[in-house]
Ligand binder design. Structure first.
Ligand code: CA
Length: 227
């Protein structure tokens, strides 16, 4: 009888132990699963007021690129991911896309940002084509060498009849234009942007901006929440 009780007790101890182990494994699975799904981190909403924005203003999902005209990865993103994003979601009215300047490459980043802000101010309808053309002007080799000068930006703008180059040059030297670049810099700091491009989908920052499936998943999730 005593022996049986002992057996029973040790049996129960074993059961408790197994339960604890099971709970531990479950907890580990939950943690791991959560880690896997965080291909994005929560960021506070980014205010895109006054930023160049492509697509319908009422589009339910907002995608933001923090980019730098001097950055080779941003050029690559613009060529590899952006066209697909526009075709799949911007043209359909599901996504609006904004671009915010990042100044990680010194004075040339500032020059590129001033040029883009000046074009956006003067001819918003020319902005995205100028944006694309300025990235296209980025040398594919030795991109660290200086290339982004005011003269280069004006030369790129010369391809667009809607842009008055004299006006653009004057605007690039205006404090108001610098204020817009500074406002972007503040957004970059506020949102802890550490690399370019940084892609934010409805407040969620992609860990890998080139992972189009992850971008798609975040957009589809946001669209499903809308419906
Ligand atoms: Ca801006």
């Amino acid at each position: 009888m005593k022996k049986n009780n002992k057996k029973k007790q040790s049996g129960m101890k074993l059961a408790v132990l197994l339960t604890l182990v099971a709970v531990g494994i479950l907890a580990a699975i939950v943690v791991l699963t959560n880690q896997e799904s965080t291909s994005s981190v929560e960021t506070a909403g980014v205010d895109i007021t006054g930023q160049p924005t492509l697509g319908e203003s009422g589009a339910p999902v907002t995608v933001i690129e923090f980019g730098d005209f001097k950055c080779p990865s941003c050029k690559a993103w613009g060529e590899m991911v952006y066209p697909q994003l526009v075709a799949d979601y911007v043209d359909t009215g599901d996504v609006k896309f904004s671009y915010i300047n990042v100044l990680f490459h010194g004075n040339e980043s500032v020059v590129g940002s001033l040029a883009a802000e000046a074009v956006y101010e003067q001819s918003p309808e020319s902005y995205w084509d100028f944006h694309k053309a300025l990235f296209a002007a980025q040398p594919s080799e030795n991109h660290d060498a200086a290339w982004l000068t005011p003269e280069k930006a004006l030369e790129v703008a010369a391809g667009f009849p809607a842009i008055d180059q004299a006006q653009m040059k004057a605007d690039m030297e205006q404090q108001e234009t610098m204020d817009k670049v500074d406002a972007d810099k503040t957004l970059v700091e506020e949102h802890g942007v550490a690399m370019t491009p940084t892609i934010v989908v409805n407040g969620q920052t992609l860990e890998d901006p080139f992972d189009y499936d992850a971008i798609k998943a975040l957009i589809d999730e946001a669209l499903a929440e809308e419906n």
